[in-house]
Design a protein around this ligand. Structure first.
Ligand code: DC
Length: 226
């Protein structure tokens, strides 16, 4: 039987991973898995419980009560279900970005989510985006991309995305959040954000979405032909 193909896309916050990965997945007919949304959902649960991102014992205790399900809606989007409720919108605030990055540094959280992510890749062709997909979750993925962009460009994109949604945010705050989150994600002891040795680096700073999608599809085609 033909094995399922996994495309791993890692990179820092705001590099355009989800937009690009969603497009590539839809054009190839693969399942798109946004793993950041899974960490955000855990972070959201902890914040509802009043548990801070550094409270290892509290987080470990509360993980037993976390039932996460991913549903793919008719809109084609990945919906995050937390204990039966759709929390897709609630997990997208700057507070939940920071909370997700915090709980993601806890080994109990990473262990808890590892199998869930691997199971999706075992039963589907996937484009999976995150921070440790090519290095830890799917180290044997035949296609690995490290998608990055300069800090300024990433902050600018995030600022435009949030203001377009009507959120009242300051560019300086977004920039500081991005730099802080990168530092936290790159310097944690477990599964830090790293470019896998066999990943292809794509810098999206001066490329359009269409150009990045085309570049990644070309990389996938080349790997498939190799
Ligand atoms: O991709 P995102 O911004 O939605 O991710 C939110 C946070 O979750 C990110 O700052 C770090 C964490 N994360 C992670 O540690 N590992 C992943 N595979 C995906 C996200």
């Amino acid at each position: 039987m033909k094995p399922y193909i996994s495309v791993a896309i890692d990179g820092p916050a705001g590099a355009g991973k989800s937009t690009i990965a969603r497009r590539v997945a839809s054009e190839l007919g693969y399942l798109y898995v946004d793993t950041g949304a899974i960490y955000r959902t855990v972070g959201y649960h902890m914040s509802l419980m009043g548990i801070g991102p550094k409270d290892t014992d509290g987080i470990r205790r509360c993980l037993d009560d976390v039932n996460i399900e991913i549903r793919y809606g008719e809109d084609g989007l990945q919906h995050m279900m937390l204990n039966g409720s759709d929390v897709t919108d609630q997990i997208r605030t700057p507070e939940m970005s920071a909370m997700a990055s915090g709980v993601a540094a806890q080994s109990c959280v990473r262990d808890y989510l590892l199998e869930m992510q691997r199971a999706l890749a075992k039963t589907n062709n996937v484009v999976m985006d995150g921070r440790d997909i090519g290095t830890v979750v799917l180290p044997d993925a035949p296609v690995k991309i490290y998608l990055t962009a300069s800090e300024g460009v990433r902050a600018d994109r995030r600022f435009k995305e949030l203001t377009a949604k009507g959120e009242n945010v300051r560019y300086e705050d977004i920039y500081t959040d991005i730099v802080k989150r990168d530092q936290q994600d790159m310097n944690r002891p477990i599964a830090p954000l790293r470019c896998a040795k066999d990943a292809v680096v794509v810098d999206s700073s001066y490329l359009s979405i269409d150009q990045v999608v085309a570049e990644i599809k070309a990389i996938i085609r080349k790997k498939a032909e190799a």
